[in-house]
Design a protein around this ligand. Structure first.
Ligand code: GAL
Ligand code: CA
Length: 348
């Protein structure tokens, strides 16, 4: 009888130890965190800067908690199939958390299924999955900006500038002739930014006339080509260029430089992002303004989320995070651009 009791006790003790060991790995008693990133296109300037910023933030978080961090970044080169394979490989390689910059926002199901099966949390960033997909599991997150806000701010910047500078209306017809350089069709940041910028300008009493647009997929050299076509078509009628991002605005400016146009026939340009080169262009007055897509804030949010998921016992209950996390944008002109240049470089 006594012996039986003894073995019972030993058995219970071992069971408790095993259970608590399991609980520890599940709640993430991490000494090392391995993060796998897959980008839709690693040549995208904003994405490159965002990922660099994330790496810095994650290392800082790790150093603060004596946790070593490791990051592997893969480039999906614009193929959703390739991205699905990469995600599988990253999971097989032992990643604890995935950061996914979807190629196709509407096609996240295969990635979600894979991750859920292996219980690997996913932080989607910059390219927003549809909400129904995100609701499939409570370890799926999104970090990005609020597209509507960026469009409104671009419209406000343009309206202020036009009101303060009569010569934007070069032909003095009381209307501003404009063109739009558009990002990828289907991207949450393309159509909404254009619509909101134009509506904001109209609501502020500026008379507009749309001449045309060019789709340039966020890309500088594609934008240069589209702009050359638009200039060919509309000659010096173009007074304003609203670009869905900085890199395309810079491509548009390149087109005028290539044609050796004099300053008096170059329209005013507005971008969005505040990339390193975008900020330089604002400082030089080539870009009249841009809207800051807060890559430092987004990177910090993602790095904090990684730490919370891997080290916090009550991850779902951490009130700093919801499944969808939107960071605010900010307006940048020549007056405040220096503040952003220091933010950008100090976090690198
Ligand atoms: C946008 C950004 C663009 C481009 C795009 C990629 O938020 O403004 O420059 O990086 O994301 O998804
Ligand atoms: Ca005009």
């Amino acid at each position: 009888m006594k012996q039986k009791k003894f073995w019972k006790l030993i058995f219970c003790g071992v069971a408790v130890l095993l259970l608590s060991a399991c609980a520890k790995t599940q709640t993430g008693d991490a000494s090392r965190i391995y993060v796998g990133i897959s980008c839709y296109d690693q040549t995208d300037v904003f994405i490159k800067e965002l990922v660099t910023s994330f790496e810095g933030e994650l290392k800082r978080n790790g150093d603060n908690k004596d946790i070593s961090t490791l990051v592997t970044t893969r480039d999906a080169a614009d193929s959703q199939r390739r991205q699905n394979t990469q995600v599988k490989e990253l999971i097989d390689a032992g990643c604890n958390v995935l950061l996914v910059n979807l190629v196709d926002r509407t096609d996240s199901s295969e990635i979600i299924e894979l991750a859920k099966k292996k219980k690997i949390p996913v932080i989607f960033f910059n390219r927003e999955p549809v909400t129904e997909d995100l609701k499939q599991w409570n370890k799926l997150y999104y970090v990005g900006g609020n597209a509507k806000e960026s469009g409104v701010m671009q419209g406000e910047l343009a309206a202020d500038f036009i009101r303060g500078n009569n010569d934007v209306d070069r032909n003095r017809d009381g209307k501003i002739q404009y063109v739009v350089l558009e990002g990828e069709p289907g991207h949450q940041d393309a159509i909404i930014r254009t619509e909101e910028a134009v509506n904001t300008l109209k609501a502020s009493g500026i008379k507009l006339e749309k001449l045309g647009y060019g789709v340039a997929n966020w890309n500088r050299s594609q934008a240069q080509n589209r702009m050359l076509q638009l200039i060919n078509q509309y000659q010096n009628k173009i007074e304003l260029v609203l670009s869905n991002n900085d890199d395309m605005a810079l491509g548009g400016i390149d087109a005028y430089a290539k044609l050796n146009r004099t300053e008096s026939s170059i329209p005013v340009f507005f971008g969005i992002d505040g990339t390193d080169e975008g900020l330089v262009a604002v400082k030089q007055g080539l870009l009249a303004g841009t809207v800051y897509n807060d890559k430092e804030g987004q990177a910090k949010k993602m790095a904090d989320l990684v730490m919370m998921l891997e080290t916090n016992d009550n991850s779902e209950k951490d009130s700093r995070f919801t499944q969808q996390n939107y960071l605010p944008y900010a307006k940048i002109t020549k007056e405040n651009v220096a503040d952003y240049q220091s933010t950008s470089s100090s976090s690198r």
